[in-house]
Design a protein around this ligand. Structure first.
Ligand code: ADP
Ligand code: ZN
Length: 438
């Protein structure tokens, strides 16, 4: 087990380390980042007012816009000379968010990622094929460094070039696949199309899948296609990158490394801290980030966190399930809709495949459209009954959402595939053109 001591810390040890590091970090951020000093002054507090973890709620939140406001170098607590790496997140809206790392930050990140691999069941003897995108996105290098840190052999294939990817998977007898879950599903499909039997021809044992939400049904499908254990990995560039939390073999939640991250859940509307075990927006304080300290960073990710000891023996708090992002939530005709709820409904519907798209549009009222591919096997079989499947799919969606959606069934392979994170929601309400037909 990699860094066994950290992985098996007891609950009270974790709390103790969190408190020690928290008090130091609050002072460090206040002393070295003008933004924090200003914020504390505005609130009328100083680091001395934070005496224990019970006082953390007094610390003002940090939000993504704070990082954007500090473009290009980000929130820096150190001299630029001490920065050894920059990353930046996609920035589909506005300026990219830049994050920075000192040498020590890199060591911490690598250690966390190596712990994640180890928790997921990866061994130093494994060959890791890393199909996360390399570059400014933290996924590629994060998964790469962590595997090296653990002592694995890494094949840095990056995203794309699917045919070559599959051939290498066979030739190298890759044992661990790291990529987004949507790309894993695509790889399985593509392998079959090229005449491979993913269970027979490949040697995959463990999948390190993350960077986007995915469902229990998607897990089952990936596990069945490749014959591997599909483990969920959570992170975001602001919090080093991937490696914040990972699933243990129990596959019933993701352990957050409590000695490096202090997590709270808040009501996303009021900012109020919620009692343990209640669903809300996760807020993280990084306990030893040097280059870019983040106090109470609002992730916008909605989840429930559990604090009991896990069957695996770890006490690090567990994210039960990431429900989606508060900013992904669609309000359709006044009803809150998470894309993950639609996915859940679709995956419960026998005969439906894994690829779908959600479209929201408006004429007088909001309208919700769901385009979804039929399962290949069912589509090709004599039993395929389009009308019946359409009825069942619509019913299942209405049962979960309490609103109606117009569903269109598509031939398998029709929707565009992605090599990175899937883009599943199209909101046309602010656009000029209306959709007539889906
Ligand atoms: P961006 O997508 O903003 O460029 P990141 O690549 O850092 O930045 O993405 C981080 C976000 O990705 C998280 O806040 C979360 O919404 C999502 N994410 C990452 N890992 C997972 C996961 N395992 N499950 C669900 N969502 C995830
Ligand atoms: Zn566990």
């Amino acid at each position: 087990m990699f860094n066994k001591k950290a992985q098996l810390m007891k609950r009270d040890e974790i709390r103790k380390v969190q408190e020690e590091k928290m008090l130091k970090m609050v002072k460090y951020a206040y002393d070295n980042v003008p933004m924090y000093k200003r914020r504390f002054k505005n609130e009328g507090i100083t680091p001395k007012d934070i005496k224990s973890l019970d006082d953390v709620h007094k610390v003002p939140f940090t939000v993504k816009d704070d990082l954007r406001d500090h473009y290009p170098y980000g929130i820096l607590a150190v001299n630029k000379d001490d920065v050894v790496r920059f990353h930046a997140s996609s920035g589909t809206t506005g300026k990219p968010t830049v994050v920075s790392y000192t040498r020590n930050d890199m060591d911490t990140w690598n250690d966390l990622m190596a712990r994640c691999y180890s928790t997921a069941g990866v061994e130093p003897s494994d060959i890791v094929q890393n199909a996360y995108g390399y570059g400014l996105f933290t996924g590629g290098l994060g998964f790469h460094q962590g595997a090296e840190e653990l002592g694995c052999s890494v094949l840095p294939t990056s995203t794309g070039n699917t045919k070559k990817q599959i051939q290498m998977m066979k030739d190298f007898q890759t044992s661990v696949l790291a990529c987004t879950p949507s790309y894993a599903i695509y790889l399985a499909e593509a392998a079959q199309k090229h005449g491979f039997d993913p269970r027979e021809d490949f040697n995959l044992r463990v999948g390190m899948f993350g960077a986007e939400p995915w469902s229990e049904e998607a897990r089952t499908s990936i596990q069945d296609s490749f014959g591997l254990n599909a483990q969920d990995v959570y992170g975001m560039s602001e919090l080093y990158g991937p490696g914040v939390a990972v699933e243990c073999p129990e596959q019933n939640g993701l352990h957050i490394w409590g000695d490096e991250f202090y997590v709270e859940t808040i009501d996303p509307n009021t900012g109020e801290v919620l009692p343990e075990g209640e669903k809300g927006e996760m807020v993280f304080t990084m306990l030893s980030r040097e280059a870019m300290p983040l106090l109470r960073y609002r992730t916008k990710d909605i989840a429930t966190i559990e604090y009991e000891e896990c069957e695996c023996g770890r006490y690090h708090p567990k994210i039960k399930r990431i429900e989606g992002r508060s900013d992904d939530m669609l309000i359709v005709g006044g009803v809150n809709v998470f894309p993950s709820q639609i996915e859940e409904a679709l995956l419960e519907t026998e005969g439906i495949g894994e690829h779908y798209q959600i479209i929201v549009d408006r004429d007088v009222l909001d309208k919700l459209f769901v385009r979804v591919e039929v399962d290949r096997e069912y589509y090709d079989s004599d039993e395929y009954d389009e009308e019946e499947l359409l009825g069942r799919t619509s019913e299942n969606i209405t049962a979960i959402l309490n609103i109606k959606a117009r569903v269109k069934l598509l031939e398998p392979g029709t929707l565009p595939r992605t090599v990175g994170k899937a883009k599943r929601v199209v909101d046309l309400r602010e656009e000029e053109d209306r959709i007539e037909e889906i």
